[in-house]
Design a binder for this molecule. Structure first.
Ligand code: MN
Length: 216
């Protein structure tokens, strides 16, 4: 059964044409009915950006997104990031997202992929820390180190692919440096949006899911 699932997902994901990295993003969504951004490739300017979105979908998780090659490379981090170097978080790769997604805060309507509320939990820029190797290449090799300059997440972080085969898993964790905060739980201590100051619950109350008139 697992083998069959793997082959099925392979036709959709691993074997996808690299010339359109956002095809899967668009395939999964009806963007005429969801308030999420259109899937467009964008040329980055200046330092690459990162965002961590907190997403109350069927299960609460955090989405880590890092700019690379005109898209946001994405991972779902079930327990959220930590500033404690002893805490290694599971990060499950998800489809590339368009750059415009970094600003998305709102409600994905019922019945749509990822239905639920999204807030921008943290955002900023990042720098590749690998000497003599680009970020994209580091990701392909499954071992990236970056310096995050966000409002909550700061300093060195590592993203390491573990295992392999059809279901890659990564670990995302704080490196030991002057920004590390051993024993802290940043997701618990700073739960709200860095762009609006709102909680998930406030956004869910205030934002209209799928304001269809906005698309008329
Ligand atoms: Mn998500």
């Amino acid at each position: 059964m697992l083998g069959i699932l793997f082959i099925a997902s392979c036709t959709h994901y691993y074997c996808m044409n690299d010339s359109d990295p956002l095809a899967k993003y668009r395939d999964r969504r009806d963007l005429s009915e969801s308030p999420e951004p259109l899937g467009e490739l964008t040329d980055g300017e200046g330092e690459p950006i990162f965002v961590v979105q907190k997403h109350a979908a069927s299960t609460l998780h955090y989405d880590l997104r890092l700019e690379s090659g005109g898209v946001l490379k994405s991972w779902a981090v079930p327990k959220g990031p930590s500033m404690d170097p002893k805490v290694r978080r599971l990060a499950v790769p998800t489809e590339d997202h368009p750059m415009a997604y970094a600003g998305f805060e709102g409600v994905i309507p019922e019945g749509h992929y990822g239905a639920g509320t999204v807030i921008v939990w943290d955002r900023g820029t990042f720098a590749n820390m690998k000497e003599g190797k680009g970020f994209a290449e580091s990701l392909e090799e499954g071992h990236a180190t970056i310096r995050l300059d966000g409002e909550k997440l700061r300093g060195g972080f590592a993203l390491i692919r573990t295992g392999g085969g059809g279901r890659p898993r990564w670990l995302f964790f704080k490196m030991k440096d002057g920004e590390a905060r051993p024993g802290s739980d940043v997701a618990e201590e700073m739960p709200d949006s860095v762009v609006s100051g709102r909680s998930l619950e406030q956004v869910a109350l205030e934002e209209e899911p799928a304001d269809l008139e906005g698309f008329a």
